[in-house]
Design a protein around this ligand. Structure first.
Ligand SMILES: [Zn+2]
Length: 78
């Protein structure tokens, strides 16, 4: 007897984790102001473009997002 087949059907981590992760990658405060607010988790940088903007996200350093957001809102009349 050898090679025990280890074919247990283990239902691993469910897909629930995905939505949680998605929530964590959006800055709620900035999103409420109308920003895209996608956060690049590895660096903490955030996209300060308008929500629903075209093209890819433009990530700015976390320390600058407030300034950039305010400036953009004024310039583009959000
Ligand atoms: Zn974006």
């Amino acid at each position: 007897m050898h090679a025990q087949s280890d074919s247990k059907t283990d239902s691993g981590p469910s897909a629930n984790d995905v939505s949680e992760l998605h929530n964590a990658s959006v800055d709620e405060g900035a999103a409420r102001q109308g920003a895209c607010a996608q956060v690049h988790l590895p660096t903490g940088a955030m996209c300060t473009l308008r929500h629903g903007h075209e093209g890819s996200c433009q990530f700015s350093p976390a320390g600058q997002v407030d300034t950039l957001l305010a400036r953009r809102k004024t310039a583009e009349r959000w």
